[in-house]
Design a protein around this ligand. Structure first.
Ligand SMILES: [Zn+2]
Length: 286
């Protein structure tokens, strides 16, 4: 089923991590910096994430005994310190997700490096350590950023899509583990409708949107693979969608043979078996 299968810990059949990117109102502020302050609707839609949805999500995780991963732009961490505190208190991981959801293609790499490091300082100040993982805003990931992560000793990235299982990415600077997302388990296509950034999609029924994720889970579980939804609190944290997602998580946990773990643990486990991982070389001959 897989060219480079991974044996999961504790005799589990498959691995899973639900990831939430808490972008909040950084999205509209970065997309429309000249007048975002006047756009209260998208600002409020973003604010719903950390203020209403994240407490709901954390309560579900507490009830189910799950420890998972959140990615946050540092600007969001600074503006929603209670959210950071609640996530850390429950033992979840927070990964690096840019400074303010900026696109590296829209400025120089020097500027990108400056924003990356400024965000790193916020992580250290607010969480007490450097993050181990990174996810690029809108998966907009560059070779320069890949090398920057390697130079800073990051364990993993989660922005590229060259496989379904975690794989090893090598560059002339070194290597890291890629924990690959894909659009089929991302909640923007089924659930987002965001006129101000020209993202206009027909919204799916909650059961339809989550069913797509469930089918991905079932196939991965059967094959001994890895399932990683990329969700956003302002989308999947809405009541009816989250109810569907809770049912899916309950069903996945009832099976008893799924290894749910934060991304850091998944990447560490993959790294421990690096010799058998699929390899992708970027910026190297052959
Ligand atoms: Zn994001």
């Amino acid at each position: 089923m897989f060219l480079n299968p991974i044996t999961w810990p504790e005799g589990k059949r498959s691995a899973a991590c639900v990831t939430f990117d808490i972008d909040a109102d950084s999205l509209i502020r970065t997309a429309r910096p000249e007048d975002a302050e006047l756009r209260l609707q998208p600002i409020s839609m973003g604010r719903y994430g950390p203020t209403v949805a994240v407490p709901r999500i954390l309560e579900t995780y507490r009830r189910l005994g799950l420890t998972q991963t959140f990615f946050m732009p540092a600007w969001v961490m600074q503006n929603y310190p209670e959210t950071v505190e609640a996530i850390l208190k429950a033992g979840h991981e927070i990964g690096h997700h840019s400074w303010m959801h900026e696109d590296p293609m829209e400025h120089s790499d020097d500027r990108e490096a400056e924003l990356f490091e400024r965000a790193l300082e916020v992580h250290v100040a607010m969480t007490g350590r450097k993050p181990r993982g990174y996810r690029a805003p809108v998966y907009s990931f560059t070779p320069a950023m890949l090398n920057r992560l390697i130079e800073h000793g990051f364990l993993y990235d989660s922005s590229m899509m060259a496989d379904e299982l975690p794989y090893l990415v090598e560059t002339p600077k070194g290597s890291l583990i890629e924990v690959p997302p894909h659009w089929g388990t991302d909640d923007w296509p089924p659930f987002a409708h965001f006129g101000e950034i020209d993202y206009l999609m027909p919204i799916r029924a909650p059961s339809d949107g989550i069913r797509a994720f469930a089918e991905e889970f079932d196939a991965m579980h059967e094959a001994g693979g890895f399932w990683m939804p990329v969700l956003h609190p302002f989308l999947t944290g809405r009541l009816a969608r989250w109810r569907e997602m809770e049912r899916l998580l309950e069903r996945a946990m009832e099976a008893g043979d799924v290894w749910f773990a934060p991304m850091e643990e998944i990447a560490n486990h993959a790294k421990s078996g690096a010799s058998t991982l699929r390899r992708e070389r970027i910026g190297m001959e052959g």
